[in-house]
Design a protein around this ligand. Structure first.
Ligand SMILES: [Zn+2]
Length: 54
């Protein structure tokens, strides 16, 4: 159901976050290639830690 909430503006505003979505911020590799389950788990762990530290 996330696809329905996506707001993609083609003419309104340029897609600035395209790089962030295609390139993994954990291993700096294309998300389309390789396995990023560890990266997503790492990201989740960081979010959980941040929640605990508050
Ligand atoms: Zn990755």
């Amino acid at each position: 159901m996330t696809a329905l909430r996506r707001t993609v503006k083609i003419r309104g505003a340029p897609m600035q976050a395209l790089d962030l979505q295609t390139i993994c911020d954990k291993c700096d590799k294309s998300r389309a290639h390789g396995n990023h389950t560890k990266c997503s788990k790492l990201r989740q762990a960081e979010a959980a830690e941040r929640r605990l530290q508050k």
